[in-house]
Design a protein around this ligand. Structure first.
Ligand SMILES: Cc1cc2nc3c(=O)[nH]c(=O)nc-3n(C[C@H](O)[C@H](O)[C@H](O)COP(=O)(O)OP(=O)(O)OC[C@H]3O[C@@H](n4cnc5c(N)ncnc54)[C@H](O)[C@@H]3O)c2cc1C
Length: 580
C-alpha cells in the first residue's frame, strides 16, 4: 500500500504513527540555497540506477544529501522480511541518529535512476550541526524522529525469539529499549515462523532466546556485550587517543557534563556499562524537572541529551564498564581499564556513576530477579502486570511514581513501607495522587518476609508481615517492585585513591582546607587532582535529576581550570584497542 504526501513523494504505509503524522519534519526538503551552504562539509558522489548507496550494518557512512535523482529506503530483518520505508528525492537527506557517531546503518538505500549526492562524513555532520544552527535544528529533529520511526515499525534490528515472560528476553529487550535500538520479539507460542526457527536451530538448555541479527547471524541467549558488538553498537576506540576528559556514567550527571564540556571544545569520552539515562532512564515520568509542566519520561529526556552530547562531538561508548582506574599518571594521563586489556586515556576524569539499586535481605531474592522481582517499572514490566495485583516496596519518590504508573496496568498496587507512612519521604503531589487512586493501598510497618515460586515459572507467592502486630499475609503475587534506595557505584575506584565516605560516596571539596593557601580547590574535585565527581555518587549531593544536571554544568569550568594548569602528558606505547 502506498500513500502520497503533498510533494507527491511515495510514502509506503508502515506501522509507524510518527512516519504517518510527522512526515514533513522527518523528511524535510532542503532549498537550493541550503544545499549550497552544506557543500563545504562534504564531497559529491554519483550512483547508477539500482546501485546501493549503503546497506544495513555499514559503519560510518555519513549523511547523504540528494542533489538529483531518487532513492528507495527499506528495512530488512535477519529472517528475510523486507519492509519499504520511504522514497526520497532531490533536497532530501539520508541519515538518522546513529549517523552522528558513525554507528551501523539500520536501513538499505538503493538508487532509483542515476543519483548525485553530497556525502557528509559523521565528524563533518557534527561540525555542520554546530555551524548551521537553524538548519542543524531541523536536521537533528529529523534524525531523532527517524530513529523513533524505525523503532515503531519493528522491521529492522535484531529479531528476538523467545517467550515474552522469559527473564533473558526481558534482559535483552530492556537493554535494546533503554538504548533506543530497533528490535522485535517473536513468541514461539504464538508465531509459527518463530516456532519453526526454534526447531531449525534446536537451541539447547539455556540457549533461548535466539537473536537473529539483520545479517542473519544467530546468537543463542547472548550476553549484552556480545549482542552490542554484533549489532555494531560499540564504536571503536583505538586506545591511543588522549581525551581531555573521560566521563564514567551516562546518567543525567554524565550526559550534562558531556554536553557542556564538548560544547566548550573539550574532547570528551563517555562510558557506560548499561544504557544512557542511568536511574532516570528507568523513571516512567519525571514531573519535577524544570521546563516540562506535563512531565517527561526519563528515557525521553536522556535520549535528547544523548543526541545533544554527540552533536557536540562527545564520543559515547555503551555498553562499556570501567573496571578500574589508574590515577598514578605514570605517563601523565589517567588510565581507565575497561577489561580485556582495553584502556582509555584521559587528562581528567569525571565520576558520574550514580548509584545501584539496594537489595533487601530476602532469602531467594536473586532467584526471582528478572522473573518477578524488579528494580524499576518500565512499560515492559508494566505489561507483565496487566490485570494482576502487584507489591511495591519503598516510600520514596521513585516508589510513588512507580506506584502511580503501575496502577494504570495492575488491578491493585500494595505499597509496603516499614515506617508510619509515605508523607515524610515522598513529594506532596505523589502522596496526594496515591491517596486519590483507589487501586493503591499503603501498608505501614510492613515488610516482605518470603518469596516463593520456581526459576522456571518465576515468582508465584509473597508472604509479608506487619512488624507491629506480627500479622502475616500470603498472596498469589507474580510481580514485586523494590524501590528501597541505592548504594553508590564506586567499587571500580579502589585503585585510584579517591577518598570515599563511610557509605562509599565520593567526597569532594575535601582538599579545600589542605590547599587553602593555593585557593585552588573546587567543590566538585575529589581528593585526587583532576578527578571530579558529580550527581548521585557524590557525598552530600541532592539525589535529583535537576541537581545531577546542574553539577554536570558546574564541573566544566573546574575542568577547564585544571586542564589549563596541567601539563599535557606524553603519549605512551600503544595498547590493545578497546574491547579486544
Ligand atoms: C525509578 C526512579 C525514578 C526517579 N524519578 C525522579 C524524579 O521524578 N525526579 C528526580 O529529580 N529524580 C528522580 N529520580 C532520581 C534520579 O534519577 C537520580 O537522582 C539521577 O538519575 C542521578 O543521576 P546520575 O547521573 O548522578 O546517576 P545515575 O542516574 O545513577 O547514572 C549512573 C550511570 O553510571 C553507570 N555506571 C555505574 N558504574 C559504572 C562503571 N563502573 N562503568 C561504566 N558505567 C557505570 C550506570 O550504568 C548508570 O547509567 C528517580 C530515580 C529512580 C530510580
Amino acid at each position: 500500500m502506498t500513500n502520497q504526501n503533498a510533494d507527491g513523494v511515495a510514502v509506503r504505509a508502515t506501522r509507524s504513527p510518527t512516519l504517518r503524522t510527522r512526515y514533513e519534519q522527518m523528511f524535510p526538503v532542503l532549498t537550493l540555497d541550503e544545499i549550497e551552504r552544506l557543500r563545504r562539509f562534504g564531497t559529491i558522489r554519483h550512483y547508477l540506477d539500482g546501485q546501493r548507496l549503503f546497506e544495513t550494518g555499514d559503519i560510518g557512512h555519513g549523511m547523504f544529501v540528494l542533489i538529483s535523482g531518487h532513492v528507495a529506503i527499506s528495512q530488512h530483518d535477519g529472517l528475510g522480511h523486507v519492509t519499504p520505508v520511504v522514497d526520497q528525492g532531490p533536497g532530501q537527506f539520508l541519515a538518522e541518529v546513529g549517523t552522528l557517531s558513525g554507528r551501523a546503518a539500520l536501513v538499505d538505500v538503493n538508487a532509483e535512476g542515476d543519483v548525485e549526492a553530497l556525502v557528509i562524513a559523521p565528524e563533518d555532520l557534527r561540525r555542520l550541526l554546530v555551524a548551521e544552527a537553524e538548519l542543524g535544528e531541523r536536521i537533528v529533529r529529523a534524525l531523532i524522529l527517524r530513529r523513533v520511526g524505525l523503532i515503531e515499525t519493528e522491521a529492522s534490528g535484531p529479531v528476538l525469539i523467545g517467550s515474552p515472560t522469559s527473564a533473558d528476553v526481558i534482559r535483552l529487550e530492556n537493554f535494546l529499549s533503554r538504548n533506543g535500538h530497533p528490535h522485535h520479539l517473536l513468541d514461539p507460542d504464538a508465531d509459527p515462523e518463530a516456532a519453526e526457527l526454534i526447531v531449525r536451530y534446536a537451541p539447547g538448555a539455556g540457549e533461548l532466546p535466539l537473536v537473529i541479527s539483520s545479517d542473519g547471524a544467530v546468537l543463542r541467549n547472548p550476553q549484552i556485550a556480545e549482542l552490542a558488538r554484533v549489532l555494531g553498537m560499540i564504536a571503536q576506540s583505538d586506545g591511543k587517543k588522549l581525551y581531555d576528559v573521560a566521563v564514567v556514567g551516562s546518567g543525567p550527571a554524565g550526559l550534562a557534563t558531556a554536553v557542556y564540556a564538548a560544547s566548550e571544545g573539550l574532547s570528551v569520552v563517555v562510558l557506560d556499562s548499561k544504557a544512557f539515562g542511568g536511574q532516570a532512564g528507568a523513571s516512567a515520568r519525571i514531573e519535577n524537572y524544570l521546563g516540562f509542566p506535563t512531565g517527561i519520561s526519563g528515557q525521553a529526556l536522556a535520549g535528547r541529551a544523548f543526541v545533544q552530547a554527540q552533536k557536540f562531538g562527545a564520543e559515547i561508548l555503551i555498553p562499556v564498564e570501567v573496571k578500574s582506574v589508574d590515577c598514578s599518571r605514570a605517563n601523565g594521563a589517567l588510565a581507565l581499564n575497561v577489561g580485556n586489556g582495553g584502556r582509555i586515556r584521559a587528562r581528567s576524569l569525571v565520576i558520574a556513576t550514580g548509584a545501584r539499586y539496594r537489595r533487601p535481605a530476602i532469602e531467594n531474592l536473586e532467584t526471582f530477579e528478572g522473573r518477578g522481582v524488579w528494580y524499576w517499572a518500565s512499560p515492559i514490566e508494566a505489561q507483565l502486570c496487566s490485570g494482576e495485583e502487584v507489591i511495591l516496596v519503598g516510600g520514596g519518590n521513585s516508589a510513588g511514581q512507580a506506584a502511580v504508573f503501575l496502577s494504570g496496568h495492575a488491578t491493585k498496587v500494595t505499597i509496603l513501607v516499614r515506617g508510619d507512612g509515605v508523607a515524610h519521604s515522598m513529594s506532596r503531589y505523589l502522596v496526594d495522587r496515591i491517596a486519590a487512586t483507589s487501586s493503591i493501598d499503603v501498608m505501614t510497618h510492613s515488610e516482605i518476609v518470603a518469596l516463593s515460586g520456581s526459576p522456571e515459572h518465576g515468582l508465584e507467592k509473597v508472604l509479608w508481615r506487619n512488624r507491629r502486630s506480627g500479622a502475616e499475609v500470603t498472596n498469589a503475587i507474580r510481580n514485586v517492585f523494590l524501590f528501597v534506595g541505592a548504594d553508590p557505584a564506586t567499587t571500580w575506584l579502589s585503585d585510584c585513591g579517591v577518598a570515599l565516605n563511610k557509605t562509599g560516596f565520593v567526597i569532594t571539596g575535601a582538599r579545600r582546607c589542605e590547599l587553602a593557601a593555593e585557593g585552588a580547590m573546587n567543590a566538585l574535585e575529589t581528593s585526587v587532582p583532576g578527578v571530579f565527581a558529580v550527581g548521585d555518587v557524590r557525598a552530600g549531593s541532592v539525589k535529583r535529576v535537576g541537581a545531577a544536571i546542574g553539577e554536570g554544568a558546574q564541573v566544566v569550568p573546574a575542568l577547564h581550570s585544571f586542564l589549563a594548569d596541567a601539563s599535557v602528558p606524553t603519549r605512551d606505547s600503544p595498547r590493545a584497542p578497546l574491547g579486544e
